[in-house]
Ligand binder design. Structure first.
Ligand code: GDD
Length: 409
């Protein structure tokens, strides 16, 4: 048997995702019309002999209850949310729940970060891991040398694929091969985590302060049950024939900001062409709106036939789109109304917002820039004929004048 664990983090972790994380946990924010965490969950479905999926986080249980019960029914695999009383770190979190994770005596445990967007080639990873042997195999990808320092950088043996060296977000360049945050482990990983925390406990009991210890002080001050997978497990175990790498040639992105969620929504929409084409809208421009490229429209959304939508648009539940509206590259959340002849480009429109007639809400579409996309928080009203460019509008605001490059608090 195999189990999968998805690390969903908690409310203090999602700060870069504001204002979209104010009322929805980031893992439930929709990308291509499905919760962020839905994409790794549905990838887990393809793992042979999958017994259970655990989501581990420190959000309140009630925030995940509805999602977890509906996805369990839909996929016919038990999905359980396990709440930590406090953050234990990416390895400490699975160690805390080791008894539940080991309930079905799995031979392998997948561990996935919730905030990455990729094709999750899990069965291929498992096959590679069984061939390599050792305690774990991690998904890796080559990125540009300039962006590599935002991630864990690593060196792998080109032939055996063994992980030889690992440094988390190094200040000086190590390698353009990086950690994708997707792993498969044998249950031995729990022993490795236990070693770290008992070692730390031992060190905390030492009174003598040597210069070596001063160097290690940042780590020494961590609680003994807080264990990070990257610094505390991957770095020390590199080069010990325990960890291996599996390189993906497919897409991979990290989802830390709203701008990246728009980019990842488009990656998942294009993946739907191969995996879930029934979710993609098609239009004829007569009875249905004109559809350009990959578009997701929730069945309850009402779209005027004279609207033109796409590419990279997803419309959530109960959205109403008026006559002559043009939408390009945007995520429109539940209960939004976009009135006649309005235009929305490179933007995220928050729940229950309303955009007036002949208004424009747009941005340049630089996913990495702070104001590269326009974001309207929950229940924002943009009045008729108002233009909003490269701006972030916090919840419950009404805009009756045009704004550009502004954060409206
Ligand atoms: N439940 C729980 N508890 N989840 C946690 C905790 C915790 O205490 N701490 C982090 N997480 C979750 C986050 O929500 C995220 O999904 C994942 O674990 C990793 O988060 P971080 O530890 O903050 O690391 P990161 O995202 O900055 O970088 C990691 O992932 C990159 C790939 O996206 C590192 O492993 C990098 O090396 C890697 O490149």
């Amino acid at each position: 048997k195999v189990v999968a664990v998805i690390m969903v983090g908690g409310p203090t972790k999602g700060t870069r995702f504001r204002p979209l994380s104010f009322n929805t946990p980031k893992p439930l924010f929709p990308l291509a019309g499905q919760a962020m965490v839905h994409h790794p969950i549905s990838a887990c479905k393809k793992i042979p002999n999958l017994a259970q999926i655990f989501l581990i986080g420190f959000y309140e249980e009630r925030e995940f209850a509805l999602y977890v019960s509906s996805i369990s029914n839909e996929l016919r695999v038990p999905v359980r949310y396990l709440k930590e009383d406090k953050p234990h770190g990416s390895a400490g979190g699975i160690y805390y729940f080791r008894d539940l994770i080991m309930e079905d005596s799995p031979s392998h445990i997948f561990l996935l970060n919730c905030d990455v967007c990729c094709s999750f080639p899990l069965p291929d990873m498992l096959e590679a891991h069984i061939k390599y042997g050792g305690m774990g195999t991690m998904l890796v990808i080559k990125v540009s040398a300039e962006s590599a320092n935002e991630f864990g950088e690593l060196v792998a043996d080109p032939v055996t694929k063994e992980l030889l060296h690992y440094t988390e977000k190094p200040e000086t360049f190590v390698s353009d091969l990086i950690n994708c945050g997707v792993y498969v482990f044998t249950p031995d990983v729990f022993n490795a985590i236990e070693d770290v925390s008992s070692h730390r406990e031992g060190r905390a009991n030492l009174r003598r302060v040597s210069s070596f210890e001063a160097l290690q002080s940042a780590t020494r001050n961590l609680p003994t049950d807080f264990v990070r997978l990257d610094q505390d497990i991957l770095s020390p175990l590199a080069g010990k024939k325990q960890l291996y790498t599996y390189e993906t040639m497919d897409f991979w992105e990290q989802i830390k900001t709203p701008g990246m969620s728009l980019k990842c929504s488009s990656l998942y929409l294009s993946q739907f062409r191969f995996t879930s084409s029934h979710l993609l809208a098609s239009g004829d421009g007569i009875k249905n709106a004109t559809i350009v490229g990959d578009v997701y429209i929730h069945p309850s959304a009402k779209v005027h036939p004279s609207a033109k939508i796409g590419p990279n648009v997803s419309l959530s539940a109960n959205v109403r789109i008026g006559a002559g509206v043009r939408l390009i590259s945007c995520i429109v959340l539940d209960d939004v109304e976009i009135k006649e002849n309005a235009v929305v480009i490179h933007s995220i429109v928050g729940w229950k917002s309303s955009i007036g007639r002949w208004s424009r809400v747009q941005a340049e579409g630089d996913y990495n820039a702070k104001l590269g996309i326009t974001i309207l928080g929950e229940a924002v009203t943009v009045e008729d004929e108002v233009v909003v460019i490269n701006s972030i509008v916090l919840p419950n605001k009404t805009l009756n004048v045009s704004v550009q490059e502004e954060i409206i608090l």
